[in-house]
Design a binder for this molecule. Sequence first.
Ligand code: ZN
Length: 438
Amino acid sequence: MRTLSRSPFVVIACLAAALPAAAQEPDGGVTLIRPERVFDSASGEVREGWAVLVNGDRIQAVGPLESLSPPDGARVVDLPGATLLPGLIDAHSHLFLHPYDETLWDDQVLKEARAYRTLRAGVHAERTLLSGFTLLRDLGTEGAGWADLAVRDAIEDRLIPGPRILAATKAIAATASYAPGPRGWDPDLVLPQGAQMVTGEAEIRRAVRDQAGHGADVIKVYADFNRAAGTSPTFTLEELEALVDEATAAGLPVSAHANSPEGMRRAVLAGVRTIEHGSGGTREVFRLMAEKRVVFYPTLAASAAYDEYFSGLPGGWELDAPDGGLTPRIARSLQAVRDAREEGVIVGLGSDVGVFPHGESWRELAWLVRAGMTPTEALQAATVVNARALGLEGKVGEIWQGAFADLTAVEGDPTVTVEATRDVVFVMKGGIVYRSPE
Ligand SMILES: [Zn+2]
């Protein structure tokens, strides 16, 4: 059933594998949604008095209320005082992780049963959807193998509620260059690993083929890692080129974890589409990223959460926390965003949620504002910018005729106060209502 339901999209766009077939008729009928205002993500404008007509799983029309003509018997959803937005997109998540102040990463990977982690991921998926995020790019199961594909498919088959998922499966790291260990552990222990470990072109190509063959939507690679001597590149440029070449042959984009200038530079030169974290990015590297149109995901919310847990950052995600209270890590990450934007790099919203609680990806919006974006720019990062970065332009991220009816509404106006994205009153995905004030 799954294979058949996805097949129409394979031809249209490689990344559409996680999207349900157009023919699906969620609730049948037509729905008229009447919010106070509609956020037009492409222009950044807020349209007072606009409304949206949904037919099946698609947006049929958007415009001033009086210009829409719903058929008799159409369902009406009234959202007074609320702003209707395209469903938000978090381009960097880990559904298989939960906050490290609950359970340390090592303990999650080594002690929690995969079945337990998978059930948890299902709960996390529901929380994510109900918080207005209707699409995740989930960048690695962190030791839970292929289980993200099962969660993705269970959501697609409507067994459980959740966002659309672009799944990376295991992720790829260089031998002995991820976690857990081997540093800090009995060297004779054979530890389960948080990624698929490889060395050399042949192993890299095998890993990409393996992941693509199992049904990954994206290939995630760790281009550098914090080792004994500090953060340094773990793959050669030639290895990364082989990885991108193999992924491209399979129709998949590549996302690279990289914090060091050289790790970032190699990944960008090799042809990855997105850089994750990038806290050590130099002006030169950001210029290269801008030139190659590589999208930057600074994952500020996760860095802040990490420093809250382990470095005494007080209430790190709160916008009113004094700048003086920032840890060096956060200060550096914020500066990286400012530098990148000055060099013309596209910055999207990718929070690395899982490090902090699922359902709170809105924190990254708040952090992007703190890094210098206007609330409107942060909302665009979470919608139209991410849709383009993920190759899903026109399908998601915009309230646009023909796009999927993936919508969320929040109290108030998030283009004025971005924290309004916390106060979700309505969520629809593919024309199905998952949250409503009624
Ligand atoms: Zn991550």
